[in-house]
Design a protein around this ligand. Sequence first.
Ligand SMILES: C[S@@+](CC[C@H](N)C(=O)[O-])C[C@H]1O[C@@H](n2cnc3c(N)ncnc32)[C@H](O)[C@@H]1O
Length: 219
Amino acid sequence: MENLYKYIEEHSTRQTEALEWIEKQTHIRTNHGRMLTGAVQGRFLKMLVEATGPRNILEIGTFTGYSAVCLAMSLPENGHMDTLEINDELEDLILEGFDRAGVREKISLIIGDAKESMVRLRKEILEEGIRPQYDLVYIDANKREYPEYYDLVFDMVKTGGYILADNVLWDGKVCEDPMPRDRQTLGIAAFNDMAAADPRVESVIIPVRDGLNFIRKIH
Ligand SMILES: C[S@@+](CC[C@H](N)C(=O)[O-])C[C@H]1O[C@@H](n2cnc3c(N)ncnc32)[C@H](O)[C@@H]1O
């Protein structure tokens, strides 16, 4: 599997200098380098934005800003992205990465609990009408909370828009028999079941890295 990943990486377009910087700093300044989206999936996210042309993006789970930069890089001049992160110690690193990548003006970093932030954003979009709905949402925060994120975010997404969720294969644990009963595996499995059974969407799980659930809101 490692050989396969190496081959894929070597035969995909290299990451930019700014992303290389974020990756390096993540390893130096945090103990959680494994949480990074990484070069291959990051390139996929960037190209997906180019292919689907969103103007407004929401990211749930910024970490050090790697995927945020990948998503924001291809946003148009008038495009905007909100990204939610609970760990305020990451703020300086995130913002420096956004500066280096030249995307700082396009992104609002919202520090706080994702569900609380989403309740506020929902109100501003659905009740007060002071923000547009999102065209694309990338879910990558607390795995236990994926089903709640799905419920909270659904009405904030335009019909025809996309919800992408990362780590939906969870190292294969979601299809082990018996399935492990830890709360993260249960959260992700419940999320995948919800999307698969939801007549308002079409969805496909793409086995890139740890699995991306690619969901389109059709109703
Ligand atoms: C897998 S990492 C995100 C990786 C990032 N998307 C990337 O590719 O570089 C998950 C992030 O979600 C954040 N997180 C976890 N629970 C959260 C919550 N309740 N609200 C907001 N952020 C949360 C964590 O602090 C962590 O930085």
